[in-house]
Design a protein around this ligand. Structure first.
Ligand code: HPA
Length: 278
């Protein structure tokens, strides 16, 4: 089997295991939890947990703050699949593990992917530990996960990403945030490759491009999901001001600490929102 055939087989086998774990549930939404936002996994009711290592082709995780578990259950009564952890493009250039995760949940019946991440703010008006609804993105990874041979069974070679971050889902999430009293900014997310944080000059460049938050994830996830026809929504939890915008010292520990501080609002918003998104 070549790499592509192996991938197709991994997606099939993983989807089968996920469907088996669902039992009587038929989740229509999957959530990918970003750095420091894994606490939501513990809020899943009647959880069935699959370790990524038991799902063929899923990523093997190495970064602190990422658990590597797929959890099936209910959030606020709604059937969901929670993907707690993912691999970033600062860890590998192999997009297959991420493709397997997303295509397997699609094959298991999911229609909507809710993405989350920790991000740096590029705007004085968007504060640390606050949330930002992603309206659009800039792919500055220097890499597109769909590069290489295209498998038409998953999606087309060329596809538009004009409304990649679904306007209908965004309107619903905004309404929920307002109702629940959760501060929710909105803006454009730019993905840098990392693993170094940005320089102040890069942050000024990204501001000039019209980006509002900066991170190292979620853009590949969105592209893979849109390619295979999933609807996408996403929220950034702001863990710091972009480099040079404040005098704080940027560290991953700091990211996790401030994500934990924003996690309560994130969990409240997501649990209230999933009801409206399926
Ligand atoms: N830059 C890139 N990624 C990040 C940041 C940042 O400032 N904060 C959290 N993830």
């Amino acid at each position: 089997m070549n790499e592509q055939q192996q991938h197709v087989e991994n997606v099939r086998q993983s989807a089968e295991k996920i469907r088996a774990a669902c039992g009587g549930l038929a989740p229509k939404i999957a959530l990918i939890l970003g750095s420091g936002l894994g606490g939501l996994a513990a809020k899943v009711e009647s959880p069935v947990v699959l370790a990524y290592r038991d799902l063929p082709g899923f990523p093997i995780l190495t970064v602190a703050g990422h658990a590597g578990q797929l959890i099936v259950g209910r959030l606020g009564g709604v059937p969901v699949i929670v993907l707690n952890g993912r691999k970033h493009f600062y860890e590998t250039t192999d997009a297959y593990p991420l493709k397997t995760m997303i295509r397997a949940v699609k094959a298991a019946g999911v229609e909507t992917l809710f993405l989350s991440n920790a991000a740096g703010s590029l705007r004085a008006s968007i504060g640390v530990s606050e949330l930002m609804l992603i309206t659009d993105h800039i792919n500055f990874l220097g890499l597109n996960p769909l590069t290489g041979p295209n498998d038409e069974a998953f999606g087309p070679r060329f596809f538009p990403v004009t409304d990649a971050w679904d306007p209908g889902l965004r309107a619903k999430i905004k309404a929920v945030a307002q109702r629940e009293g959760v501060t929710l900014h909105q803006g454009v997310y730019v993905a840098f490759r990392g693993p170094s944080f940005e320089t102040p000059a890069e942050i000024r460049m990204a501001q000039g491009w019209g980006a509002d938050a900066v991170g190292m994830s979620s853009v590949p996830d969105c592209l893979i999901a849109r390619h295979c026809g999933l609807k996408v929504a996403g929220v950034s939890c702001i863990t710091n001001m972009g480099a040079g915008l404040s005098d704080e010292h940027l560290t991953h520990a700091h990211t996790l600490e401030n994500a934990a501080r924003g996690a309560a609002a994130f969990e409240k918003l997501v649990i209230a929102a999933v009801k409206e998104l399926v």
